[in-house]
Design a protein around this ligand. Structure first.
Ligand SMILES: Nc1ncnc2c1ncn2[C@@H]1O[C@H](COP(=O)(O)OP(=O)(O)OP(=O)(O)O)[C@@H](O)[C@H]1O
Length: 260
């Protein structure tokens, strides 16, 4: 028991009774989940069950959708992220996001990564900004491939490189949480393996939450898995348990391919 307490990882994001409506569509129904620090958490479930919607609640990306209404409570390290005093732009520096399709800005590789640190005033000067850019590109396992062409357009890179550039851009502001919405769905198997390796490494410093349609990917990269179904979250447990001995029949049916 003592060991379990000592080894327990801190809760990074605490979500309590979250509900999301898009107009009349009730997309998330009473979802409560404690997301751990230094852990990769996978969100799985059939298409349209609310995985992306819930992910976007964690950095208030749904704020940009007029008809979307979020209720309940989401705390990042104890701070209520929907509090009126929280600036969503500042929040997104703490909770970074990587999208399904690589979306580098039409700027140089350097400027893509420097973008966040610049708008948040993170670097004191050019030398510090150079260091941040290099460090983020190294962490994203892209530095060696781009170090001699930092001024070339980010859009000129291959799909896999662009996605790693987007990961570098997301981690350049030193976020605490990294949200990834199907980050490998546009990538070939080699680029997918590179991004998965990277996710393993990122876990040392961040809480990573990944939406994936691939159960193999969830099993490979995550330690915790949340199963979503029709807006509910019937099960959340250790990934090993979810894939070997799920408690809920709906999870069992999904992982054995009976639906989804
Ligand atoms: N911008 C939006 N406007 C209106 N309804 C939306 C919007 N985004 C999602 N929805 C609805 O909310 C529900 C959940 O969608 P969401 O995209 O979160 O599911 P998902 O599990 O991520 O699906 P997929 O695996 O197909 O990406 C669906 O009924 C969807 O139609």
């Amino acid at each position: 028991m003592q060991d379990a307490i000592t080894n327990a990882l801190a809760i990074k994001v605490a979500c309590d009774k979250v509900n999301v409506h898009y107009g009349d569509t009730h997309a998330i129904k009473d979802v409560s989940i404690d997301i751990q620090d230094k852990t990769v958490t996978a969100f799985i479930g059939p298409s349209g069950c609310g995985k992306s919607t819930f992910l976007r609640c964690i950095n208030r990306m749904n704020d940009t959708i007029d008809i979307c209404k979020v209720t309940g409570r989401i705390e990042l390290e104890g701070d209520d992220i929907y509090d009126a005093g929280i600036d969503p732009v500042q929040l997104r520096a703490r909770v970074g996001m990587v999208f399904q399709k690589p979306n580098p800005f039409p700027k140089s590789i350097y400027d893509n990564v420097a973008y966040g640190p610049r708008i948040h005033g993170i670097a004191a000067g050019k030398a510090e900004l150079d260091e941040i850019v290099e460090s983020a590109l190294r962490k994203a396992a892209l530095w060696n491939e781009v170090k001699d062409r930092l001024q070339s357009p980010g859009t000129g890179l291959s799909g896999g490189q662009q996605q790693r550039l987007c990961i570098a851009r997301a981690i350049a502001t030193a976020p605490e949480v990294l949200l990834m919405d199907e980050p490998c769905s546009a990538l070939d198997p080699i680029a997918t393996a590179q991004v998965e390796d990277l996710i393993h490494e990122l876990r040392e410093n961040y809480s990573v939450v990944i939406v994936t349609h691939s159960m193999q990917q969830a099993a490979r990269v995550s330690q915790k898995t949340a199963f979503f179904h029709l807006g509910f979250m019937p099960e959340y447990d250790d990934t090993e348990k979810i894939f070997s001995n799920p408690s809920d029949k709906r999870t069992q049916d999904y992982i054995t391919g009976r639906f989804g």
